[in-house]
Design a protein around this ligand. Structure first.
Ligand code: HEC
Length: 117
């Protein structure tokens, strides 16, 4: 019994430390991984640099947003997430619901933050 309790006393802080590391990593996201996802799924409209300067842009009304601009960058992560997942009805911005894993979405948002103008 004593041995068991000693074991759990050691184990609990270890598990707690491990999960806090995971949470810290995923809340930050990896902009480099996010860039790859962006180039695959978003640049056709938002352009290679995110400024909305794609070839498609001329054909879309409303045009794809400049993601580097204040209007996008002042939105919270939660707001960006919602737009990506739900899309914008009536525009070319489609819903990406189910397209990405949780951590891919976090990486994507980290990438958007990294192109702030
Ligand atoms: C088929 C073209 C198209 C693709 C692909 C696309 N978007 Fe969009 N996106 C748009 C358009 C058009 C708008 C502008 C909608 C509006 O004016 O309300 C927009 C708006 C947005 C906004 C809102 C910006 C703001 O400040 O209001 C975000 C964020 C966004 N897109 C992110 C993404 C991400 C991330 C991807 C890739 C996963 C992506 N988009 C893929 C066309 C596209």
């Amino acid at each position: 019994m004593l041995v068991r309790r000693a074991f759990s006393l050691v184990l609990i802080p270890v598990v707690a430390a491990m999960s806090s590391v995971t949470i810290a990593a995923s809340s930050q996201g990896n902009p480099e991984s996010g860039r790859k996802i962006y180039l695959e799924s978003c640049q056709s409209c938002h352009g290679p640099t995110g400024k909305g300067d794609s070839d498609m842009a001329a054909h879309l009304t409303p045009p794809p947003s400049n993601l580097t601009a204040k209007a996008t960058q002042t939105k919270t992560d939660a707001e960006l997430r919602k737009i990506i997942l739900e899309g914008r009805p009536g525009t070319a911005m489609a819903s990406f619901d189910g397209a990405f894993e949780e951590d891919q979405l976090t990486d994507l948002i980290a990438f958007i933050r990294s192109i702030q103008s």
